[in-house]
Ligand binder design. Structure first.
Ligand SMILES: Cc1ncc(COP(=O)(O)O)c(C=O)c1O
Length: 401
């Protein structure tokens, strides 16, 4: 009724139409695990709904303790955490940063914004993580950073990457948008580089709609991170009573989320074991039931190295060809199931080609990008929904598309 009063019938009918599910099984569905709305009301009733209130502090402490990281700061997105990272390591025009071509655009844009030249590296065909064996040949005297992306929450080969970075005096910044609570050789993803970034976007395991975090593993970067994140002021020190007034001390921007969002996120992080157990069940449900079908049809399932505990972020299939991938997307769509693909190779994008990217530079990326398909995967996916996705896939043969 209040909608009618506020907006009039035309807008309401449009909203009702927009809410009609186009797919009976979406690719992602935002979910509430328990106390999210209660905590939001607490943030408001306690009188601190802007950034760095009680819930932001609780998220920081929870993540620092869970990861064993010296400092974690919530940000408005993983994109912004990456931008902060580029500022903190003082990327200058002309610096080179080695980044997988197979990633989300923000991994590279954060550095390009500071004038860096991206140097695109190909991925390993097994984990789809950057191919550490190709790192050394891409390093030049201008290389300032390597940005490993723990694709699908499965760890990159951090031993080799850190060894090379140390030998050449290069910083490592982990884009851990997919990998919160995953580990590599028993150590949490996001705790290897001097800095790491997390995403709490709607599609991630833990979410507040849009959100992120900067994990600061090098204690020397903590003070400046707090300043850059708070508009270039020493307001964080002021709030802690370390200075009696706050002022402009450096460059910066506003990278801190409202405590309303932190309140939502805190409820999700508190329920992390429950959420991860459910996601593990969904992942294993796909993996265990699609094994025979995948072998018979030349489809490759995800590969998890023994020394990696994955974060159960996504489930993907690698189809034999682009045509077969598109056919399976259509087949699922006919049953009301939304499946999606990503990433288009960044070195071949409009921007990537300005930086000299050309076909053949990253052959594994170019091949995988055509063949990868992500299946519906969300925290409250029901058994019936997953059974429906699986049986629709099993009923698919290349001839019936
Ligand atoms: C690998 C990777 N990095 C960064 C991002 C950006 O995250 P956000 O949407 O929180 O800015 C994403 C988004 O999905 C991503 O997949």
């Amino acid at each position: 009724m209040w909608l009618l009063n506020l907006s009039g019938p035309t807008l309401v009918s449009q909203m009702v139409l927009d809410q009609q599910p186009k797919y009976s099984i979406p690719f992602n569905r935002p979910t509430i695990v328990g106390k999210e709305l209660y905590y939001i009301s607490q943030a408001i009733l306690e009188g601190h709904s802007s950034g760095d209130g009680r819930f932001s502090r609780q998220c920081h402490q929870l993540l620092e303790a869970a990861l064993g990281a010296p400092r974690v700061l919530l940000t408005t997105s993983c994109t912004h955490a990456l931008e902060l990272a580029a500022l903190l390591i003082d990327i200058q025009p002309g610096d080179e940063v080695i980044i997988p071509s197979f990633t989300f655009v923000s991994t590279v844009n954060a550095f390009v914004l500071r004038g860096a030249r991206p140097v695109f590296i190909d991925i390993r065909p097994d984990t789809l993580n950057l191919d550490e064996a190709q790192l050394e040949r891409l390093i030049t005297p201008r290389t300032r950073a390597i940005v490993p992306v723990h694709y699908a929450g499965i760890g990159c080969e951090m031993d080799a990457i850190l060894d090379i970075a140390r030998r050449y005096g290069i910083q490592v910044i982990e884009d851990n948008a997919h990998g919160l609570f995953g580990t590599y050789r028993g150590k949490h993803l996001g705790t290897f580089g001097c800095l790491a970034t997390q995403s709490f976007h709607e599609t991630k395991n833990f979410t507040c709609g849009e959100g992120g975090a900067l994990v600061i593993n090098d204690p020397a970067l903590i003070d400046r991170a707090e300043i850059l994140r708070e508009k270039g002021t020493n307001r964080s020190r002021f709030f802690r009573g370390q200075v009696d007034k706050y002022t402009w001390v450096d460059i910066g921007s506003s990278y801190l989320p409202a405590d309303i969002l932190a309140a939502f996120l805190y409820a999700q992080l508190e329920a992390r074991e429950q959420i991860q157990a459910k996601r593990q069940q969904i992942w294993e449900g796909y993996f265990n039931t699609l094994g025979q079908w995948s072998e018979e049809n030349g489809v490759r399932l995800p590969v998890i190295p023994e020394h990696c505990a994955q974060a159960y972020h996504m489930f993907y299939l690698l189809l034999p060809s682009l045509n077969q991938r598109q056919a399976l997307i259509e087949h699922l769509k006919r049953s009301g199931i939304l499946s999606v693909f990503h990433y288009l190779p960044l070195h071949l994008s409009e921007m990537g080609t300005h930086f000299g990217g050309k076909a053949g530079d990253c052959p594994v990326t170019e091949d995988i990008s055509d063949r990868l398909l992500r299946l519906p995967f969300f925290n409250n996916m029901s058994e019936a929904e997953q059974t429906s996705v699986i049986s629709t896939i099993l009923s698919f043969t290349w001839g019936n598309s």
